[in-house]
Design a binder for this molecule. Sequence first.
Ligand code: DAH
Length: 343
Amino acid sequence: MTTEEMISKLDSIQGEAVAALAQTERVEDAIQVKNRFLGKKGQMQDVMKLLRDLPNDGKRAVGQASNAAKNAIESAYLERVEALEAAEVERQLREETVDVTLPGRVFTKSNGNPLTLMEAELIDLFQELGFEVADGPEIESDFYNFEALNFPDDHPARDMQDTIMLENGHLLRTHTSPVQVRTMLAYELPIQVISPGRVYRHDFDPTHSPVFHQIEGLHVDKHITMRDLVGALKAFVDKCFGVGTKMRLRPSYFPFTEPSAEVDIGCIFCGGDGCKVCSHTGWLEILGSGMVDPNVLRGAGIDPEVYSGYAFGLGVERIAMLKYEIPDIRLLFDNDIRFLRQF
Ligand code: DAH
């Protein structure tokens, strides 16, 4: 092709493209037409492949002509798309009506999962009692989860806290108690902390979940005695279950406390007369506690001749189930909207 032939070819491509665009009825069609002429494999490109056979001044002239054609096609395309879109809006305004008298859609906003609410409430409550919040990892070493808490290697108490073991000798922590050791090692005394968080055990029934939540408490200072423990727990019980709720301590065993006590409250359902929830005992067990074992203090570099402390650990699910009268722990994790809406 000569220079003149190419220029007139470009001219006719432009004419054809502009005419084709004017015929389109939908934006998608306009896009297709544009690609047919301007795309990588479009007609314009086909012509431009012949450019290299032209003399230099021809190349310049054809280059200018092709730019002009390209611009003309582009603007015809944009104009067409705008017109089609405007026509569509026109059509919608004409044909689609909105009934502005219909009631609006109501957005329901969740208050949060009862478990989250309960945890936040308990954290607030303990902060009011002077506890700071400490954090610890859910993937824990055997050392912090068991050894430093005075669980001998072959002690049966380990069996009661069966969990998922990881290949590197770590495990999913079975309780929040390892945070006791971590805070004692990390912070200056005195220490008064709670540590809320997720824990893991091989347990699954209507009142146990393999993943659940605990709040650990620890207070270490000079002259801490069991009276401080009872005082803190009583304040907690009054705040959580109402002033005057009965509370009692029963001797128990935990490797990391000596002495150890299980804490019960008077049944909040029957007032102590005996009912199904309290298995006709009049009491509900709510947490484990005790005086920090001297071995645990010593292991954390604290002299048990100078310092002493109390600790406690409670299950958040358990407290939430009692307070909100939730019969099955799985309801807390199912995310059934009919359940969640009640909080
Ligand atoms: N870690 C215990 C458990 O998960 C609960 C517990 C008992 C924590 C007594 C304590 C404590 O701090 O003093 O079963």
